[in-house]
Ligand binder design. Structure first.
Ligand SMILES: Nc1ncnc2c1ncn2[C@@H]1O[C@H](COP(=O)(O)OP(=O)(O)O)[C@@H](O)[C@H]1O
Ligand SMILES: [Mg+2]
Length: 280
């Protein structure tokens, strides 16, 4: 079933990494929201290529269109103009090989199912497991996010950080190639957030994922990603595309104190804050 060959999208001007095959392409994409009273063009003229296996963070000031772009890329919203392609194929709805994790973990898990039940639900329609069956896979993904001990508990018995780990395990259980996350760690306390970041980095490395991670937190973007894409404050495409490439594996203390981390953090803060100041 595996579609191993990701055809290189025609018209791609550059390869982001110089080697990875392009998995996700946004080609001159625009989105206009039409409400009864007015139209809001949240994004226009946005083009972006993301290579297989990349960890890309999307940042920018509030209202610049980060969530809109993530919904377009994940097929949850149709673009008003332009095209999104996954492995060369134009999408028309959420692609099979993608899953999303959002900020509001309290609404994402099914409260009447245990943690294991929620994870099992994630793989339900994705594929038929081989020998060992569902139980082994559920145990694998719970272990991957450090929730092996909480399999039989209910979501409401868990802290916010643990619920979000369960949501990640459920998304991963479908074995997606692409994982889209929108401010997924913004609703938890600082220590849980650091733990979630490391859980995600571990899962990304283990599962060979491609991650597109929206955050308003520049430090989080630099800590997690290899590439930080800054959106224009008024929705006019990509303002900057910064390849950070800090060494891996990363550590909450070692990475965040390193001169490269501080350099990129400063550079990106300038880009986002300057964007905020330039009103014209
Ligand atoms: N459903 C919607 N209807 C109308 N306007 C919307 C809708 N969703 C977002 N917008 C507008 O689109 C712009 C971008 O929003 P959003 O993508 O949520 O930005 P961000 O995630 O960067 O804060 C904002 O001006 C916002 O008000
Ligand atoms: Mg948003």
């Amino acid at each position: 079933m595996a579609t191993s060959a990701a055809p290189t999208a025609a018209g791609t001007e550059h390869s982001a990494t110089g080697s990875a095959a392009t998995l996700l392409t946004a080609d001159d994409v625009a989105k206009t929201y039409r409400t009864r009273r007015r139209e809001v063009t949240a994004l226009r003229g946005l083009s972006l290529d993301i290579g297989a296996g990349e960890f890309v963070a999307l940042v920018g000031r509030s209202g610049c269109g980060k969530s809109t772009l993530l919904r377009l890329l994940s097929g949850l919203l149709p673009a008003t103009a332009g095209q999104i392609r996954v492995a060369g194929q134009p999408i028309d709805g959420p692609p099979r090989q993608a899953r999303c994790v959002f900020q509001d973990y309290a609404q994402s898990l099914l409260p009447w199912k245990t943690v294991a039940g929620n994870v099992r639900f994630g793989l339900r329609h994705a594929y038929e497991p081989a020998e060992g069956g569902h139980d082994e896979l559920v145990a694998h993904y719970l272990g991957l996010v450090g929730l092996g001990h909480a399999a039989d508990r209910y979501p409401w018995e868990l802290s916010g950080g643990m619920q979000q780990r369960a949501a990640i395990a459920r998304a991963l259980a479908a074995r997606p190639q692409l994982l889209f996350m929108d401010e997924a760690f913004s609703g938890v306390d600082a220590l849980s957030r650091a733990k979630l970041q490391d859980v995600l980095l571990h899962a990304w490395a283990e599962e060979g994922l491609t991650v597109v991670f929206v955050t308003h937190d520049i430090d989080e973007a630099v800590y997690l990603a290899d590439r930080v894409v800054v959106l224009h404050p008024e929705g006019r495409g990509v303002l900057a595309d910064v390849r950070t490439g800090l060494p891996r594996p990363r550590g909450q203390l070692t990475t965040r104190e390193s001169p490269e981390f501080l350099h990129h953090r400063r550079e990106l803060l300038h880009l986002v804050l300057d964007g905020e100041d330039s009103g014209e």
